[in-house]
Design a binder for this molecule. Structure first.
Ligand code: HEM
Length: 475
């Protein structure tokens, strides 16, 4: 037998063998186990319309009431198992994480870049994650405080012109600037503006229907992605030429060498920069928007935060001296308000993974290839874990939550490496906001919109004015 026939033979028998094994595996489970309860809806459409025609959170909580903490459904063309208990989330994200791979629609992967860390597992993911984490270590974050404070001051300054501000959109700009600071340190204004302009186009296309036809938001976003790559390429060459040993994320990515002496490719660096910008912007902006809403809705809460922040402001010569690291680590009341806002809003309501093998969980079958979704929001709103979960009560954080019940930043190997930066940004922003400004929300804002994270409707339109002006602009 020649070598080609041997290879064909080998391939044939190994395919046959793996088919037999997978059948055996299926039989092992399928004979014995049943799928979780739930409904798969219409053929192909599944329950996608039910999910998106009303508040997704109502869809999830109604399902949980009806079927319990594990249930099946079918959305966006995929069969799914949804998990609403803290043990199940831990099973998927921590103890059995190797059996569940990250999964995103191909269109999104293309937009961010396939080498971004959140699409990966194993060694590549570990390396990248360590780089992102060490560029966001507490030691390096403390050095960012003056820069973040300057961005907060200029953002808030631009809000006091008397016009109605879309708070969420304003905070997106703030979070973007902070993201740029953490990634590049100092960046020339021209490069910053070019990055911003193209990133905004990508952002608009990210959640649009993925048709790559000229004129569509998706097509424009892909074109902007190409331009962004070019700008990043120029920044990389400049950095390499200057041989600077910066400690920001770009510095970490550029200086990485693995055990085989390999460095990261330019694509790997760009995809991860775009990935971090993407992960950092809407998440932080929507959480701070919710904080403003909660403070606006409860004047006592606002007064308590203000009292804590005013004391620091006076310590700093009425805000003339910048915040210190020690001060940002000692804002106990504000910190609890942030923790409770993260729980209440649960802006990352759930995450997705895909089962890589058939498996059993609590007597149910989770079939290979099915999407698996830990529902963070349901866990954060479960009265067994959080007493009267619909009420905003920052005092609940005087006692640590039960293990694995509080996951605004996820859990396990893919949990958020930006969580300390996000909390620092929030603290600095709140400090500057409540000590210098007052604001009034325009209209009654009790509805929620999804962009795709939940935010108060119309981005919480509000007017802001300097406390020193002491006059409220009539609305
Ligand atoms: C309030 C703000 C934020 C929230 C609520 C948040 C939440 C999350 C959550 C829940 C995950 C895990 C997703 C999963 O398991 O599928 C995650 C991952 C991630 N976040 Fe954040 N995030 C925030 C801010 C940030 C910031 C400021 C950065 C960077 C500067 C960042 C960078 C990342 C990255 C790179 C990942 C992927 C990690 C990995 O796959 O290993 N996030 N975030």
């Amino acid at each position: 037998m020649d070598i080609v026939s041997s290879i064909i033979c080998l391939l044939f028998f190994s395919t046959l063998f793996s088919y037999y094994l997978s059948k055996k595996q299926n039989k092992k489970y399928k004979g014995r186990l049943k799928l979780p309860p739930g409904s798969m809806g219409w053929p192909y459409l599944g329950e996608t319309l039910q999910l998106y025609s009303k508040d997704p959170n109502i869809f999830f909580s109604n399902k949980q009431k009806r079927y319990g903490e594990i249930f099946k459904t079918h959305i966006l063309g995929c069969p799914c198992v949804m998990l609403a208990s803290s043990e199940a989330a831990r099973f998927v994200l921590v103890t059995h994480a190797h059996l569940f791979k990250p999964t995103y629609p191909k269109s999104k992967e293309k937009m961010i870049g396939p080498s971004a860390l959140f699409f990966h597992q194993g060694d590549y993911h570990n390396h990248l994650r360590k780089l992102v984490q060490s560029s966001l270590s507490l030691e390096l974050l403390r050095k960012l405080i003056p820069g973040i404070e300057a961005i907060a001051i200029s953002t808030l300054e631009s809000w006091t012109s008397g016009q109605v501000i879309n708070t969420f959109q304003g905070l997106k700009k703030f979070a973007f600037e902070v993201g740029i600071l953490a990634i590049f340190g100092h960046l020339e204004k021209k490069q910053r503006e070019e990055l911003k302009e193209n990133y905004c186009i990508i952002d608009k296309g990210y959640n649009s229907f993925p048709t790559n036809i000229p004129g569509t938001a998706y097509h424009k976003a892909l074109q902007a992605r190409k331009r962004l790559k070019k700008i990043l390429s120029e920044i990389l060459s400049e950095r390499k030429e200057k041989k600077l040993l910066e400690k920001d994320l770009l510095g970490h990515l550029l200086n990485f060498i693995d055990e085989k002496g390999q460095t990261l490719t330019e694509d790997e660096i760009s995809d991860n920069i775009i990935g971090v910008l993407f992960a950092a912007q809407d998440t932080t902006a929507s959480t701070i928007t919710w904080i403003l809403k909660y403070l606006n809705d409860d004047q006592k809460l606002l007064e308590a935060v203000k009292a804590e922040q005013k004391a620091i402001y006076m310590e700093n010569d009425e805000g003339k001296r910048p915040l210190t690291w020690a001060q940002t680590r000692n804002m106990p009341f504000t910190y609890k308000v942030i923790l409770e806002s993260l729980r209440m809003s649960s802006i990352v309501s759930f995450t997705f993974r895909e089962a890589v093998v058939d498996m059993e969980y609590n007597g149910y079958l989770i079939p290979k290839g099915w999407k698996v979704m830990p529902l963070f929001r349901n866990i954060h709103h479960n009265p067994e874990y959080f007493n009267e979960p619909q009420n905003f009560d920052s005092h609940r954080f005087e006692v640590a939550p039960k293990p694995n019940t509080y996951m605004p930043f996820g859990n396990g190997a893919h949990s958020c490496p930006g969580n300390e930066l996000a909390k620092l940004e929030m603290m600095i922003f709140i400090h500057r906001l409540v000590t210098k400004l007052r604001w009034k929300v325009v209209g009654t804002q009790n509805l929620v919109e999804y962009s795709p994270f939940p935010v108060p409707q119309h981005g919480l339109p509000a007017r802001f004015w300097k406390e020193s002006d002491n006059e409220e602009i009539t609305i």
